[in-house]
Design a protein around this ligand. Sequence first.
Ligand code: HEM
Ligand code: HEM
Length: 188
Amino acid sequence: MKTGQTASIERYTGTAIVLHWVLAIAIITVFAVGLRIGAMPFSPAKLQLINWHKWAGVTILLLSALRLIWRLTHRPPALPAAIEQGMPGWQRVAYHAVHHLMYVFFFAVPLLGWAYSSAKGFPIVWFGVVPLPDLVAKNAELADTLKALHGLAAFGLMGLVTLHMAAALKHHFIDRDGLLQRMRPGRT
Ligand code: HEM
Ligand code: HEM
């Protein structure tokens, strides 16, 4: 199918589209901040950035919960038959697997970060206002493991996101099948 035939493509709901783009920007930004923190020497500026990283990460966790609830109650439109038939079997499997796995990581990454913070003995006060419960008791050994797992999971998520973006851009620029219309910001 070529671009001219894309006018009738059914789109995700406005709420799903807003959540997609807000979270896309937030997750990439928080990932970059995480990398920056890792490279900084110990300083008050680093501690402040860690706090912002945690607050933003918890916000991503909450928005992801909202997104999942919305997703379960508002099924996205089925892929147009022409796009679906144009995909070899492995691509169809990869399409669903990457979407599902990204959702798993949207929860795993911030929860591991939160658990790491608890194990390290730093309680989280969200934006300096809302105290959050500790997920695990203070434990230096566990903290080291959770720190490594949080970093690994964050890189895993970015790997999936990279595959996802490459696939979305391939559909747009190479296949020109209008798939991007389904998630494009704007009304029509
Ligand atoms: C989707 C959300 C998040 C992403 C993408 C993310 C990503 C990252 C990355 C890439 C690092 C650097 C890892 C490394 O150096 O190997 C990091 C470190 C860290 N993250 Fe997150 N993170 C997220 C959420 C959270 C949350 C919710 C918390 C805690 C409430 C948190 C706490 C931390 C802490 C304490 C560090 C270590 C800083 C240090 O001492 O070097 N993160 N994060
Ligand atoms: C160049 C940037 C991006 C483009 C062009 C893009 C495009 C799209 C498109 C077109 C869809 C709908 C696929 C369909 O029709 O079924 C989609 C879905 C999705 N995108 Fe992206 N995306 C981008 C970045 C991101 C990022 C950074 C994330 C995560 C951090 C993300 C997470 C998702 C998820 C989880 C879905 C599945 C939504 C659902 O079915 O609930 N995307 N994206």
